[in-house]
Design a protein around this ligand. Structure first.
Ligand SMILES: [Zn+2]
Length: 133
């Protein structure tokens, strides 16, 4: 199954008074081509004519990819705030003693936690209560 994400498709559209304005349409699609197709269809169903549409940009609203130790083996539970399954375990150097400490981070809503050992950070993240954002 193709994974769908949200795309912001922006056209420049002509209005009946002759002025031209940006027209931004959000669609859920599995790729850029499909996003353009769906957005064009949406625009056509409005009062704009297709040949007045000038495609300006297609921007996927994706979660940023996980960094550092990516959660490929599913050790870290999905983000309790936004449901993003791609949680990163990020190592950081603690300045006062030079120790590497770790924290889980959601690149989507930027939920994070206090640094701990790698095992502690994993345990703490997975013990989070589900909180509705
Ligand atoms: Zn999140």
């Amino acid at each position: 199954m193709m994974q769908e994400s949200t795309y912001s498709v922006t056209f420049i559209a002509s209005y009946s008074d002759g002025d031209r304005y940006p027209l931004k349409i959000e669609v859920d699609a599995s790729g850029v081509e499909q996003a353009i197709m769906l957005a064009t269809a949406k625009a056509e169903s409005s009062r704009f004519q297709k040949d007045n549409l000038l495609l300006m940009s297609v921007i996927p609203e994706l979660c940023p990819p996980a960094t550092e130790d990516v959660n490929i083996d599913g050790i870290l539970k999905p983000c309790p705030f936004c449901g993003n399954p791609h949680i990163s375990l990020v190592g950081t150097l603690r300045e006062f003693d030079g120790e590497i400490t770790w924290f889980a981070n959601c690149g989507c809503c930027n939920a994070s936690q206090l640094p701990d050992s790698k095992e502690g950070a994993t345990r703490n993240w997975n013990q989070r209560d589900e909180v509705k954002a």
